[in-house]
Design a protein around this ligand. Structure first.
Ligand code: MTE
Length: 387
């Protein structure tokens, strides 16, 4: 449980990809608004709902929906009547089709446990500050998603050989001047056996916050690839051109320094997630009595698997292997834990560092980039061991 005092309201709600700063939301930090279906979350924006999970909830393999982060670029659709709702599949196909929710439910259902993370998770640690929602650690969660495979729908529509990308359109309520949420993924990823039109999350129908009645689930990739409130799937002969593909969600090809101009042609679209770990406990700032210490958390690596997690309890001077829990699934985070004895009272900086099966490891410092994407610096919490 987080207390009312700890409830944080982001100072400003910005549309990351558009860079438009929205007016301040006003209420005191002592009033936590009740958000249906959510509990104990950090509200980063309420104009368009953006909720972060406090790091201490990263303590289970499956994140309960009430603690799962929410990232909306615009308003959630007001009401969706599941009997009226239709999903169209068209574009570069021989046989365009429209399906109902009942038809999707009757197709073979496939389940994927996926760690979904917003590309901007950790943006708050970029120095100097970059525009966008100031996510700290918790724009990430792991859920069991199920629904028909996207490739089955594409097969039914008979995709033409010229196709290169598959575009998703959401039913968001688009405020004036804001471009609609439309993105595309390469045809190979769309045809992957684990890419879904998800209808369920953790065994129940998707909630409105997470895309009811259907969302794309593009496992291992940045959250933005997994379009919510799907209404249209369109096969294209090239990448979709739109604000959320460019300039949004792109990374410079070379490391850049603050203030340096980057041309769009020197950037590439973000796809798979980075290797990263998170300390769920002890909590940052905790003051503990016992010298018998225990740290635990999660680690994930997008399309790769976690090879090891190391923990340092002496500000990074020495590193020790953490124990990885047995529960695992490709695309899902691994729980880890580490126990040790604090030799004397005082302040300790505890750090976690994950390495994946591609040999990638978390950097010691923030890799600054103009939009604060894919920040995966080693995690750290400071605690005080009482005398
Ligand atoms: N889909 C639509 N239609 N509109 C959105 O604003 N946000 C994207 C993605 N899908 C978004 C969307 C982003 S940026 C992320 S990180 C994930 O949804 C978040 O999914 P969640 O809110 O279910 O956690």
């Amino acid at each position: 449980m987080i207390s009312r005092r700890e409830f944080v309201l982001g100072a400003s709600a910005a549309i990351g990809a558009v860079g438009t700063v929205r007016p301040l939301l006003s209420w005191g930090a002592d009033e936590s608004p009740a958000i249906p279906g959510k509990h104990g979350m950090i509200a980063r924006s309420l104009r368009f709902l953006d909720l972060e999970m406090p790091a201490e909830y990263a303590n289970s393999f499956i994140t309960p929906v009430e603690h799962f982060y929410v990232r909306n670029h615009m308003h959630e659709p007001n009401t969706v009547d599941p009997r009226e709702w239709r999903l169209s599949i068209g574009g570069d196909v021989e046989k365009p089709l429209t399906v109902t929710l009942a038809e999707l439910t009757r197709m073979e259902q496939h389940t994927v446990i996926d760690t979904l993370e917003c590309a901007g998770n950790g943006r708050a640690f970029a120095v100097p500050r970059v525009p966008g929602i100031q996510w700290e650690k918790g724009a990430v969660g792991t859920a069991r998603f199920s629904g028909p495979r996207l490739r089955e729908l594409l097969e039914r529509a008979r995709v033409r050989p010229t196709s290169r990308h598959v575009m998703f359109r959401g039913m968001d309520e688009v405020p004036r001047k804001v471009p609609p949420f439309i993105r595309s993924i390469p045809i190979e990823k769309a045809r992957d056996e684990d890419t879904l039109v998800a209808l369920h999350m953790n065994g129940a129908a998707l909630t409105t916050h997470h895309g009811f009645p259907a969302r794309a689930l593009v496992p291992g990739w940045i959250g933005a690839a997994s379009c919510k409130w799907l209404t249209e799937i369109k096969v294209l002969d090239k990448e979709f051109e739109g604000n959320f593909m460019s300039p949004g969600y792109r990374m410079p090809n070379q490391p850049t320094k603050p203030g340096e101009a980057v041309k769009v042609e020197d950037t590439h679209p973000l796809t798979a997630l980075n290797v990263k770990s998170l300390i769920a406990s002890p909590r940052d700032g905790a003051s503990v009595k016992s010298r018998a210490m225990h740290a635990q958390g999660v680690a994930w690596a997008g399309e790769a698997d976690i090879a090891k997690v190391e923990v340092s309890t002496d500000s990074g001077a020495t590193w020790h292997p953490a124990q990885l829990s047995k529960e695992q699934s490709h695309y899902a985070w691994r729980l880890w834990s580490y126990s040790w004895n604090a030799t004397k009272p005082g302040t300790y900086l505890i750090m976690s560092r994950a390495t994946d099966t591609q040999g990638r490891s978390q950097p010691d410092s923030v890799q600054w980039n103009p939009s604060g994407y894919l920040i995966n610096v080693v995690d750290r919490v400071q605690i005080h061991v009482q005398a």
